[in-house]
Design a protein around this ligand. Structure first.
Ligand code: 5AD
Length: 457
């Protein structure tokens, strides 16, 4: 055996899509490190390249397929290179992916990510026998939860559940992530405590529908849902400073959860609550299981409890059958809510979802037009909400030096209301919560200076 083939094999993981995918990539990286692999800094010098894929919109799938096309060409010069798809598109397409990209070696679905080290060991030892592994696996939600060197970052994602039992007519997630399966409060607490011991100060509890956490598996106690019980437990972890979560569903956002704001000191003043449309007619066609009145009441109650709370949402434009009046209702809702941030999505037809076969699919140009119009409006709201923070002194958790927009002596962090802040500082301050006076605002970014106590007088 040559020296080169005995040396440590390196892996590069490129991640598409949501925070859950970022966390899954982190877990896979941790498992591979435990198995003796090293993480490559770039795809250029990796022995293995994995694409962690997203299926929510067609565009995300096309991006990953295009990338894999480029990578397979690199194989001509690097014949030993192992290439794999993991995550949602791998789950959705399974063996079809190997038919489309015969030079890929590995397709691993969302419930089999913890098998990746075994598959890579085998592929690297035996060479070319492409592997597809996309079956369901009971308990996988407990197996995919490691972290790579969390001490490098003061913030961490913690997966509390997998899957979603809702049947939103546009959404591919039930097909890619399976049915709802929640981890136990004790397991999650152990993970959070271990992260805190490594220097983590902020956790984001992740699930496709966190408001359904533990539903049917754990009892309601004193009127508190299992998710609220989980928040209370995490809030009591010493050394932890901040808690966030995503994503919630309006249907499960009841008073017990609303009352956590202002009551649990670590729960940050930001809520991401996807509404999807401002038209009741479209919400019904989307099978969202709520109407706008109760949604509005949730936001009103939250703002009454915590006047500065930041509210963000997801909105889809161009759902099949969306008339000018339906679209105008989404515009009206945005004006009324003045969101801190709106993630706007152009409707993307996902085959196999109930909405895929609906009449009234809109032309792409019209979807683009509506998207642009609403985007311009929501940017003015974001700018307004941001500039209202100028002059305030806000606690900012210093996360580190920005990877892009790197400037000597500049750090970035987030406010509790989830605004990104740049400010002067040095790497030794990473993990500290600093008082920052906000001096300048862009729609999604703030700039500030450390607020030093004045020297006497
Ligand atoms: N087309 C466009 N956007 C979608 N989303 C989910 N499915 C689709 C689709 N088929 C959006 C929703 C969801 C967010 C994560 O992605 O707004 O909340």
């Amino acid at each position: 055996m040559s020296h080169a083939s005995r040396s440590v094999k390196t892996v590069f993981i490129k991640t598409y899509g949501c925070q859950m995918n970022e966390r899954d990539s982190d877990a896979v990286a941790a498992m591979l490190c435990n198995r003796g692999y090293a993480l490559a800094d770039s795809e250029r010098d990796a022995d293995v390249i994995l694409l962690n894929t997203c299926s929510v919109r067609d565009l995300a799938e096309q991006k990953a397929l295009g990338k894999m096309g480029l990578l397979t060409r690199m194989k001509r010069r690097r014949p030993g290179l192992v290439l794999g798809f993991m995550g949602c598109m791998a789950q959705r397409l399974g063996p079809q992916l190997l038919e489309r990209v015969p030079k890929a070696d590995l397709v691993v679905g969302t419930q089999k990510l913890h098998r990746i080290p075994d598959h890579l060991d085998r592929l690297l030892a035996n060479g070319r026998h492409p592997v597809t592994d996309v079956a369901d696996e009971a308990g996988s939600e407990n197996a995919i939860c490691g972290h790579v060197a969390p001490q490098a970052r003061p913030t961490a994602f913690v997966s509390i559940m997998q899957g979603c039992d809702m049947q939103c007519s546009f959404c591919i997630v039930p097909a890619t992530r399976g049915t709802e399966r929640s981890r136990s409060i004790d397991d999650i607490l152990a993970e959070v405590r271990a992260l805190v011991a490594c220097g983590v100060k902020e956790v984001t509890l992740l699930g496709q529908i966190v408001t359904s956490y533990g539903r049917g598996q754990m009892p309601i106690v004193h009127g508190n849902s299992p998710f609220v019980q989980l928040l209370e437990a995490v809030n009591s972890v010493p050394g932890l400073e901040r808690i966030r979560f995503m994503s919630a569903h309006p249907q499960g956002f009841r008073d017990d959860l609303i009352h956590c704001y202002g009551r649990l000191d670590k729960l940050c003043e930001h809520v991401h609550l996807p509404v999807q449309s401002g038209s009741d007619r479209i919400l019904r066609a989307m099978r969202r299981t709520y109407t706008l009145d109760p949604y509005r009441r949730i936001v009103e109650k939250l703002r009454a409890r915590v006047p500065d709370i930041a509210v963000s949402t997801d909105i889809i434009v161009g759902f099949p059958g969306e008339t000018d009046a339906d679209f105008a209702a989404s515009v009206k809702l945005c004006k009324e809510m003045e969101y801190d941030n709106v993630f706007l999505f152009k409707y993307s037809n996902r085959s196999g979802t109930p909405a895929a076969a609906l009449p009234g699919q809109l032309p792409a140009e019209e979807i683009v037009r509506r998207h642009h119009q609403l985007w311009k409006l929501t940017e003015t709201h974001a700018a307004h909400r941001s500039s209202a923070l100028v002059g305030r002194v806000l606690p900012v958790l210093a996360e580190g030096e920005p990877e892009t927009k790197k400037v000597e002596g500049r750090l970035f962090g987030r406010t509790r209301c989830n605004r990104l802040v740049y400010f002067p500082g040095d790497a030794s301050q990473r993990g500290q919560t600093l008082d920052i006076r906000i001096t300048r605002a862009k729609p999604h970014t703030l700039y500030g200076e450390p607020d030093l106590p004045s020297a006497g007088h």
